[in-house]
Design a protein around this ligand. Sequence first.
Ligand SMILES: C[S@@+](CC[C@H](N)C(=O)[O-])C[C@H]1O[C@@H](n2cnc3c(N)ncnc32)[C@H](O)[C@@H]1O
Length: 478
Amino acid sequence: MATFFSTFSTPNPLRSKSILHHHHHQLTVKCSAAASPPLPPPVQTFWKWLSDEKVVSSKSPAKPGTVAEGLGLVAQRDIARNEVVLEIPKKFWINPDTVSGSEIGRVCDGLKPWISVALFLIREKLRGEDDNSPWRSYIEILPEFTDSTIFWSEEELSEIEGTQLLSTTLSVKEYVKNEFQQVQDQVILPNKQLFPFSVTLKDFIWAFGILRSRAFSRLRGQNLVLIPLADLINHSPSITTEDYAYEIKGAGLFSRDQIFSLRSPIPVKAGQQVLIQYDTNKSNAELALDYGFIESTPDRNTYTLTLQISNSDPFFDDKLDIAEANGTKEVQYFDITLGRPLPPKMLPYLRLVALGGTDAFLLESIFRNAVWDHLEQPVSRDNEEVICQVVRSACQSALSSYRTNIEEDEKLKGENIKPRLEIAVGIRAGEKKVLQQIDGIFEEMEMELNEYEYYQERRLRDLGLVGEQGDIIFWEPK
Ligand SMILES: C[S@@+](CC[C@H](N)C(=O)[O-])C[C@H]1O[C@@H](n2cnc3c(N)ncnc32)[C@H](O)[C@@H]1O
């Protein structure tokens, strides 16, 4: 954890005005509770609201605090492993049901869940101080932005030129923009009395960013839910348990209510921050997009290869049939992870896509049941050579579209740089390493082309026609 915090030595993301000038105490995380800086006023208001509502008390094991990652949950006393840190009753959650039951419920009917919650958040945010919304104090502590790439300026984005993360970020923003335009025309503008303020794309991106970075998912019956207070929990790369630290459960023996319960996956000393592992399965690109941080763990680096059976392939129908019978599609994505073997279906799929010429007989229907087994091994020298060439040239062309090379990235990593640049450098170095790894695998295969046993030889051997030494046994009379 120590190494982790030292890498995030920059100011907190900007929050609602009042926290803006709050001092940044990076070391609080490791200091004792006594040294905690006073809470920013909006956070105090938020805590008071939760106390008045009896959700928390002075005995609560953890409290909001200002930490290196913005706000976080700080232990008020020693907390044991698996001890419950907080419990939030359903009444305080914000999910699509909350929106349905609210003033805008009737106009949000039929909207995508995230869009209705986004509208709810934006409305609560823009309603103005005089409105006595119960959610006011929660909305006030939400950050204005994170370091997610959806909030990066053009200049910051230029640092990830050539990366898959850049294209993902741009398509996500395009998607959000289209959804905004629709909801603006169909819901916001026609209901001036409910939305008596102008809502901008920026507001919508803010809400999207809030949901991506704080909504809990994979919970019993809850796929999109904001849990005030619980969503102050930050992520630690050094917690690697796969078990989720949170769950929804019954509020008690005599209650039909549900509560959200958060446990600490590790023991925490008083004054330290309670942390969880957000998701062991997310790649650095996903972490950067969702939360605005990355990890230095090698296997968070991935590259997605998109392979496709071409519509102009003379064997398109047969190939698609075979692909689908084996759990792959016309357009198939393969996520390649640094330091891990290729996904098992990638080579068979590649061989299938490249199959042609004299190998095409394998596509005939009598082979249909066995063809995938055959594709698991090299089919022919030509076929194997084609897949090596295609993959290697794709890797090399991808590698040439980055502005920097790995050495330049590595050098920057050692320097004291801003968090967004650090994310950019980590992402582009990671992608390049994966591409080099893929290229290396196929380079090695290319060098072995003469050593492989191909379909025809295997077939002959299976038929007992190849001798021990690999020489083909001929029938010619001696
Ligand atoms: C669920 S919120 C946690 C509360 C948040 N720190 C706040 O101030 O409201 C997730 C966000 O916290 C920040 N965060 C959490 N863990 C982090 C980490 N390990 N490094 C950097 N930022 C982190 C990121 O901005 C992320 O999008």
